[in-house]
Design a protein around this ligand. Structure first.
Ligand code: H79
Length: 447
């Protein structure tokens, strides 16, 4: 009797103990695992977005041109006959991406027009079956990326204006209402899930970049089901924010944040001219300086930049975009220490420009925009500076502390003399080694 009781007590306490352990470790595993799986993304800072589709044939806007009735649907679709991919060199693409310094790439596998770049068995509307390219365009690219250590991302439009069971079509018409025909909608969901399974099984992406979620609700998409299913193929898959609330990070498009976004992970996606896909008539190129300064701005605010290129229908990349990527690469090679694997910088007000900081917060990087030389000022730094180096050079710079009052806790101003002859052609970076983790005074002065 006694030993039975003892056994019961032991069993009960073991049960409670394991329960607690299990409960704790479960929550820990789930938060840890998202943190872990996001680490490469947080460190990556730069990705290259690629919009490649039949819209490059006429050089018109991707999918939106027929949706907004600038061209008829049949004429839009005709473009598929001009999509040759005859000069497509996946290795050269991956090499250019590598040279730019980017750590990941995201390719449009299917835009809102429903044309798939891979030979999907779910629809004839794919480049293998319906275009003169007659190739799987996805496989060689992912292979090339992976061989160079670049993470592979899949852009995938949830909405598909071409699929007969999808409700949306032109901007003023739709095929049916989901509430009137839920079975038809479930046929679309079967199709969508089939395509997603193909991608996960055959191409094994590291990142899924959804678009077009806004046309339906999370319930209608079964967004939680999609997320679960994708993660069952690859628990480390990163999903962007366009899955009606079921993604891992925020995805602002084209518009630049002014104050620092309060998201743990975010990525600005941006074009190099005014359009995502190739459009010969669009010559409004951003300059390398503009792109580098936008890149630095995003990173200093804790985000990434996903910079878009739009190859031609034969697979060649426009010369201007090659130039931008190469210039970006040169700059990264010299200054990348201040960008990759670092953290977004210090609060605004201490330095009139972007900054980043090392993970142990003992190194502060200052980015000098617009060829700034002369005396650069830093406010409220309580640390002692051990050394200031111009990144990518051997040059060390002197500095001066101005206005330090011996009895006050307010730090003096740091003035760093930056001579013109050390300036980078784009953005110069100063690396400040501090005596210990950074401490900043951000008060209002006074006594
Ligand atoms: O692939 C590129 C674009 O074609 C696609 N995303 C990038 C990466 C894109 N274009 N526009 N948008 C996404 C934004 C959509 C804007 C919208 Fe609306 C505003 C959707 C809902 C409100 C205006 C009103 C367009 C549809 C309804």
């Amino acid at each position: 009797m006694k030993s039975n009781m003892l056994r019961f007590v032991i069993a009960l306490s073991l049960f409670v103990f394991l329960g607690i352990l299990n409960g704790n470790s479960q929550t820990k595993i789930s938060t840890d695992s998202i943190q872990n799986k996001m680490q490469w993304f947080a460190d990556a800072k730069l990705g290259i977005f690629i919009h490649w589709g039949i819209y490059a044939v006429n050089g018109i806007s991707e999918s939106w041109s027929f949706h907004n009735k600038e061209i008829s649907y049949p004429n839009y679709m005709q473009q598929i006959n001009g999509f040759t991919a005859s000069n497509y060199d996946a290795n050269a693409w991956a090499e250019l991406i590598k040279q730019s310094g980017a750590k990941y790439a995201v390719l449009t596998t299917k835009h809102h027009d429903g044309v798939a770049l891979w030979p999907t068995s779910a629809s004839k509307l794919n480049m293998f079956e319906s275009s003169p390219a007659k190739k799987d365009l996805l496989a060689p690219f992912y292979k090339a990326l992976k061989s160079k250590g670049i993470k592979a991302g899949t852009y995938f439009s949830l909405l598909d204006w071409s699929y007969p069971d999808y409700p949306g079509f032109l901007n003023d018409s739709s095929r049916y209402k989901i509430s009137d025909d839920p079975q038809r909608w479930s046929r679309f969901l079967t199709f969508l899930n089939h395509q997603l399974s193909e991608i996960m099984e055959q191409y094994k992406p590291d990142l899924m970049w959804f678009d077009g979620d806004w046309e339906q609700s999370a319930d209608q998409w079964d967004a939680s089901g999609i997320r679960k299913k994708l993660l069952s193929y690859n628990p480390n898959l990163i999903i962007n924010g366009r899955l009606t609330g079921y993604g891992d990070y925020e995805t602002p498009e084209q518009n630049f944040p002014v104050s620092r976004p309060q998201f743990k992970w975010w990525e600005l996606c941006m074009t190099t001219n005014n359009n995502w896909g190739y459009q010969q008539k669009d010559t409004n190129w951003k300059t390398p300086y503009e792109i580098i300064s936008i890149f630095v701005d995003a990173v200093s605010n804790g985000g990434n930049l996903l910079l878009d290129i739009g190859p031609k229908p034969d697979g060649t990349i426009p010369a201007e975009q090659i130039n931008i990527l190469k210039e970006l690469g040169k700059w990264n090679k010299k200054n990348g220490e201040a960008i990759f694997n670092q953290l977004g910088g210090i609060a605004q007000g201490h330095f009139y420009g972007p900054t980043t900081i090392s993970k142990d917060s003992t190194t502060l990087f200052l980015f000098l925009q617009g060829k700034a030389s002369g005396q650069i000022m830093l406010k409220g730094l309580e640390n002692k500076i051990e050394e200031i180096e111009v990144l990518g050079t051997e040059v060390k710079l002197p500095y001066k502390i101005v206005g330090k009052i011996s009895w006050s806790k307010v730090p003096g101003l740091v003035y760093i003399d930056v001579p013109e002859n050390v300036l980078d052609p784009y953005i110069t970076v100063l690396k400040l080694k501090l005596d210990k983790p950074i401490k900043l005074y951000n008060g209002k002065g006074g006594l």
